[in-house]
Write a protein that binds this ligand. Structure first.
Ligand code: BTN
Length: 314
């Protein structure tokens, strides 16, 4: 067994057993797991997890998918560790149906604007969904639609009060709960390949490496969540939205967006990498641009690039 496989086995034993005898454990592997962010209590004779963890499992994810969604998903891969689920799934892209990759740990999780996405072991959800599109006319709406799908999915399991900060950050009470990174590549044999990467803070309680205010589902509901169930809920919403992208009902989309719009009516500070300027957010246009009004100007301006940074002013 490779070192990483042995580490995965030990990780699963820690998740399933209340107490593991220290004498049966490889200390190097234990230290490696601890370094990746799992909270373990180690005494002279035994070790155990400080918080409960349910490992990711293909069977558990499938259990909560209905037959139609399951048929749409050709590959559902669970990995213990990878650099970035987006990168990994792009390398294995296939045509037609959906491929899904989830992992317990990312060594180089990617955020937007070339930032790192910190991905402590088994704390959160790190997932990528890959598919191809024949008709890309609404593809620019994918980041926004993904955010709506996540909010709807979480609402289905009783999590309300979520908001979306354009284009696709999910917020709860002004703190970031989830981020989305949509990537597209054109391959001659496959056409337009899309990868939707989702990082959702689930059971994370501490993380001093994140440089902005964040929250997790644990803090929203004061309980631990089974990530398998959350993955199933998100896939159930997301796969349907992606399938219907070319026949999207734009009025319904706008209505849904306005329910979740975090920036609406707020003064914001925009940084487009060349300059910073103040404006007020006025919702979005049907092509997914942010509508803004600059100080002393009467007309609305469209902001397209997701590469701009927007800060809501306090
Ligand atoms: C953001 O900066 O808000 C986007 C974060 C996206 C993170 C997720 S985690 C799963 C997937 N794999 C990655 O490397 N990034 C995305």
């Amino acid at each position: 067994m490779t070192n990483l496989n042995s580490e995965y086995q030990l990780f699963k034993s820690l998740c399933h057993c209340v107490n593991l005898k220290s004498s049966t454990i490889d200390n190097t592997l234990l230290k490696q797991i601890k370094r990746k962010g799992l909270n373990i209590s180690i005494s002279a004779n035994s070790c155990s997890l400080i918080e409960p963890v349910i490992p990711l499992s293909e069977n558990e994810i499938k259990k909560n998918l209905n037959a139609t969604i399951e048929e749409e998903i050709e590959h559902l891969i669970v990995l213990y560790q990878t650099d970035s689920t987006n990168k990994t799934i792009l390398k294995q892209a296939s045509k037609g149906l959906f491929s899904v990759l989830v992992t317990e740990y990312q060594t180089a999780g990617q955020g937007r604007r070339t930032k790192l996405w910190h991905s402590p072991l088994a704390a959160n959800l790190y997932m990528s969904v890959q598919f191809t599109l024949q008709d890309t006319k609404n593809a620019q709406l994918l980041p926004l639609l993904t955010a709506i799908s996540i909010c709807n999915a979480l609402k289905n399991i009783g999590i309300t009060g979520l908001q979306i900060k354009w284009p696709n950050d999910i917020y709860y009470k002004g703190k970031k709960l989830a981020g989305i990174l949509v990537e597209c590549q054109h391959k001659p044999t496959l056409g337009s390949i899309f990868v939707i990467g989702i990082g959702l803070n689930v059971n994370m309680k501490i993380n001093d490496k994140i440089d902005q205010e964040w929250t997790s589902l644990y803090y929203v509901k004061n309980k631990y969540f089974d990530r398998n169930q959350i993955i199933s809920e998100i896939l159930s919403e997301l796969v349907v939205q992606c399938r219907q992208l070319d026949t999207l009902n734009l009025d319904l989309f706008m209505e849904q967006w306005s329910l979740y719009d975090y920036l609406h009516g707020k003064p914001i500070l925009i940084d487009d990498n060349e300059q910073t300027f103040n404006a007020v957010a006025h919702g979005i246009s049907k092509d997914g641009a942010l509508l803004i009004k600059e100080h002393k100007k009467s007309e609305l301006k469209k902001l397209y690039s997701a590469e701009v940074s927007i800060k809501a002013k306090k």
